[in-house]
Design a protein around this ligand. Structure first.
Ligand SMILES: Cc1cc2nc3c(=O)[nH]c(=O)nc-3n(C[C@H](O)[C@H](O)[C@H](O)COP(=O)(O)OP(=O)(O)OC[C@H]3O[C@@H](n4cnc5c(N)ncnc54)[C@H](O)[C@@H]3O)c2cc1C
Length: 420
């Protein structure tokens, strides 16, 4: 029995059936893969083409080592082969992100690449005659003598020889991932590493961020520090929001923010001009102000920063926007250079699970066998997908983890049935 019809559960069910098992997939929603359909803005970034396996695994942080076995069985290469073989051609884009290769035109309509991926998995399950129970919310696992005896759903009690728990995490709960599986795993004796939102916008104390909200900043550098000690640095795209910051580089470092906040005050320093060192930037400012010496300060910044950012720069600068450029002193010019390279933000939290792409935390990996994904505490229980204490950055890493663990849990469960 596979509990949860997301990417991990579908892969597990399809593979177990392919191996000759009779499989029942239990899903509480009307339809399967609701979160998968949202993946990659419906285009579905299904894996990453990073060629070095050690680098790939390092993207999951220290827990990435746990995935060695699952990846050697069904890694990114096998994932591509699987989808390509089953009617989903793929293409690799910026940052090694892999998407279904469908003509751009069809992306404009709702189905998109994610629907292709879901259809492929549904067909995989259909071929293996997986029985699917929809609208069946599991409410409890009945565990006795170190074995799951049966499950209780909102309509009935059901039993199986082996169970794969693939109920996902807590993020985007409207898609069905409400963290139920953590409770079930705990019923089987498992430790749950505290779930926190990850790949999520960050809230800041500063309210001026909203002056430039939704404007996409490209090629900027963001440095994170805890009590003044640098802990992370990213280069790329981000944006301000009504309550803080978001965008790719923010979302990726957000996974660490809850840990950092336990250690001290977390600050983010934004460098809008990372390609220029301070003296070069100061010279550039002098040149611009010379060019626009007849203007007011605010209107002289147009070549230096995008116009959407000027209100924010003026808010943070001590120089009034209507001050004639000829009266802007050398110190004020120097301060402007400093400001553009050091916009400081104080983090005061993360957005909620409602906005988080994934969950950090989950079933503690020490209690799961990495080779089979079998529980070390409950002999006929297996885990797959985001329910585990595994999460990666954006770029296809999270779905790859689901494919690899779903496949491996099915192999593990099959192995046990053969042994017995
Ligand atoms: C907006 C968005 C975009 C994303 N884009 C990408 C991307 O492009 N690339 C990428 O790699 N990752 C992406 N992710 C992350 C990725 O989608 C998840 O990591 C992945 O869906 C997790 O799969 P899962 O099968 O473990 O769990 P889920 O997808 O959460 O599926 C769990 C299933 O279990 C069911 N369930 C839960 N509780 C019960 C219960 N009590 N009884 C029965 N059924 C239950 C749920 O209804 C759900 O169908 C994205 C996430 C979001 C939110």
């Amino acid at each position: 029995m596979v509990i949860g019809g997301g990417p991990a559960g579908l892969m597990a069910a399809g593979r177990a059936a392919e191996l000759g098992e009779r499989v029942l997939l239990v899903e509480k929603n009307d339809s399967l893969g609701q979160k998968l359909l949202l993946a990659g803005k419906r285009r579905c970034n299904l894996t990453n083409a990073e060629p070095d396996m050690e680098v790939f695994l390092s993207r999951y942080g220290k827990n990435g080592r746990f995935l060695h076995g699952a990846f050697s069985r069904f890694g990114p290469g096998e994932t591509l082969a699987f989808f390509n073989r089953n009617g989903v051609p793929t293409r690799t884009e910026r940052g090694n992100r892999v998407f279904p290769d469908i003509p751009d035109k069809s992306c404009e309509t709702t189905p998109g690449g994610a629907q292709r991926v879901l259809d492929c998995l549904m067909l995989y399950c259909k071929k293996g005659k997986v029985r699917i129970l929809r609208r069946s919310a599991v409410t409890a696992l009945k565990v006795r003598n170190g074995r799951v005896e049966r499950i209780v759903t909102n309509v009935e009690e059901l039993s199986a020889d082996r169970y794969i728990l693939a109920t996902g995490g807590k993020s985007y709960p409207k898609t069905g991932s409400t963290g139920d599986g953590y409770r079930f795993a705990a019923q089987a004796g498992h430790t749950i590493v505290e779930p926190t939102p990850a790949i999520v916008p960050v809230k800041t104390r500063e309210t001026w961020v909203k002056l430039a909200r939704n404007f996409n900043l490209r090629n900027v550098r963001l440095t994170a520090a805890v009590d003044g000690r640098q802990v992370d640095q990213r280069f790329g795209e981000m944006e301000f929001t009504n309550f803080g910051v978001s965008g790719p580089i923010v979302m990726d470092l957000s996974s660490y923010v809850s840990d950092w906040m336990k250690q001290g005050t977390v600050t983010l320093t934004l460098d809008l001009k990372p390609a220029l060192d301070l003296p070069t930037l100061a010279t550039r400012i002098d040149r611009d102000l010379e060019k626009y010496r007849d203007r007011e300060f605010g209107r002289a910044l147009t070549d230096l920063v995008p116009s959407a950012l000027i209100p924010l720069v003026l808010e943070l600068s001590d120089v009034p926007g209507d001050k004639p450029v000829v009266y802007v002193s050398p110190e004020e010019r120097q301060d402007l250079a400093q400001l553009l390279k050091n916009i400081s933000l104080t983090v005061n939290g993360l957005w909620s699970f409602d906005h988080a792409v994934v969950t950090k935390g989950g079933v503690c990996l020490n209690e799961v066998d990495p080779a089979t994904l079998r529980s070390k505490l409950c002999e006929n229980l297996y885990f797959a997908g985001e329910i585990l204490d595994l999460n990666g950055p954006t770029g296809g890493f999270n779905l790859q983890m689901c494919w690899s663990t779903g496949y491996t849990a099915a192999q593990g469960a099959r192995l046990e049935s053969v042994v017995n």
